[in-house]
Write a protein that binds this ligand. Structure first.
Ligand code: LLP
Length: 443
């Protein structure tokens, strides 16, 4: 499936309408402006102000369809935490996806758009009573249990037949950032496969009259680049499925392999090989199931980032340019409150000036935010036009996932809006946070 691409950060004053270098997205350069979903960035900034997060609906839908096409036999569950807002949950519902929520709050958003309850999956290592009660009241299709306490608590609360999955820590290293590596042993998520806790958790679920074992779940991490890590997870999880059958006499019907499929953030970075993943997943699953003589379970996958990240672009206005001793700091009107990912994970972004002709001469610069910390850096050592100045408009692509979700109002800076674009039309999906919003909770 051809996906139009955002050109590399190389900028010229001539008109460009196409490019060949990822990060992949539907955004295109036209006469120095960045056209996202048919709408020029300059027009979006003028109408909605900056910083402003733009999400291209067609791009999200294209990615969802590509995913479903490649894995038609799997249930695709959107990881709602990556971009939690009503419009996006609505798009996912209309595309036939299921939805992973990990709190009563995310569930409230799902409920408010009438997301079909049977297609909602509740997650997380801690679910407080309100989360469980809200999920049960809404009748969510599956709850992924993550601790022995939770199994007991849920067993006491649930009516008969609540379907649950057991979250397993398979001991697979996905070679991603430590903060988002969730498949390795000795951490807060899931029941360890190696220690036998996972098998014991299945036994506890089977003992609860209110609960029905739907299947097993694992999520090895996020921004995972290697298909081999998923193959290893399949191998181990099928081993557990076989152990469940021999120990408890139960066939496991569903295997949820979580999400984590990496996206390119910078020009030159690879795209996750989704087609290769689908193929190797089938081969591994069929082989392992045959070897263990267990039926092939129905597969679920939970992509978040790979469906929405590249559909998002954030626009900032340059407020000042400061020439330091050895570096040039380009300071913008947003920062770590709308994007803490560089500070949290060392994430890197491409940045470009849009909306004006730029000279060929470029210079290294560090794009920093407005917050009262030296670590408030959005993009370190990027190449920008040498004449960058206050008032310039900057576009930062690949900001659709875990930006709105992770945003804070640090320094009591209101969070930016999300503007949906589709075929030249704009729609305000989430409005900018106002001072009134900020004062409302402060009694
Ligand atoms: N399923 C489960 C159980 C998860 O915990 C997650 C993400 C996903 C699916 C979706 O993963 P994805 O396909 O989006 O990689 N804030 C971090 C990412 C945290 C991911 C948390 N769990 C970041 O900005 O990189």
């Amino acid at each position: 499936m051809p996906i139009a691409q955002l050109p590399a950060a190389a900028s010229t004053s001539r008109s460009a309408t196409s490019g060949t270098v990822p990060p992949r997205s539907s955004a295109r350069l036209v006469d120095g402006d960045l056209v996202i979903g048919g709408v020029p960035a300059t027009r979006l900034a003028a109408r909605f102000g900056t910083p402003c997060q733009v999400v291209d609906e067609a791009e999200v839908r294209r990615r969802v369809r590509a995913f479903r096409e490649v894995l038609p036999e799997a249930e695709v569950v959107f990881a709602g935490k990556s971009l939690p807002c009503r419009a996006v949950y609505g798009w996912m519902a209309s595309e036939g996806l299921s939805l992973d929520v990990c709190s009563a709050g995310e569930l409230a958003v799902a409920r408010s758009v009438g997301f079909p309850a049977e297609r909602v999956v509740l997650h997380d290592n801690v679910k407080i009573a309100e989360d469980l009660k809200a999920a049960l009241a809404y009748g969510v299709g599956r709850i992924v249990v993550d601790s022995f306490d939770e199994i007991a608590q849920l067993g006491a609360l649930a009516g008969p037949g609540q379907r649950v999955m057991v979250r397993v820590t398979p001991g697979v290293d996905a070679h991603t950032h430590r903060a988002i590596a969730t498949g390795v042993e000795d951490q807060k998520f899931g029941f360890s496969l190696a220690s036998g806790a996972a098998l014991e958790a299945v036994r506890c679920v089977l003992e609860q009259p209110g609960l029905r074992l739907a299947g097993l779940h694992c999520h090895i991490g996020s921004q995972v680049r290697r298909v081999a890590a998923y193959e290893e997870a399949v191998r181990r999880m099928v081993g557990l499925i076989a152990a469940v059958r021999s120990s408890h006499g139960v066939e496991v019907a569903e295997l949820d392999l979580g999400g984590g499929f990496a996206v390119p953030y910078l020009p030159g970075e690879d795209t996750f090989d989704l087609v290769g993943f689908a193929h190797r997943l089938r081969v591994a699953l069929n082989y392992e199931c045959a070897a263990h003589r267990v039926p092939v379970p129905r597969v679920l996958v939970e992509p978040g980032r790979s469906l929405v990240a590249n559909a998002g672009v954030t626009l900032y206005r340059v407020i000042t340019v400061k020439r330091g001793v050895s570096r040039t700091f380009v300071a913008v009107d947003g920062g770590m409150s709308d994007n803490p990912r560089p500070a949290l994970y060392g994430a890197r972004y491409a940045v470009r000036v849009v909306g004006r002709p730029t000279p060929l001469r470029r210079a290294p610069a560090t794009v920093v935010g407005r917050h009262c910390e030296a670590g408030d850096v959005l993009a370190e050592d990027v190449s920008l036009p040498a004449d960058i100045h206050a008032g310039d408009l900057l576009a930062v692509p690949v900001t659709g996932a875990y930006h709105h979700a992770l945003a804070s109002n640090y320094n009591l800076v209101g969070r930016p809006p999300i503007v949906g674009v589709l075929n030249g039309e704009t729609r305000l999906l989430v409005r900018r946070e106002t001072e009134e919003d900020l004062l409302r909770r402060d009694m």
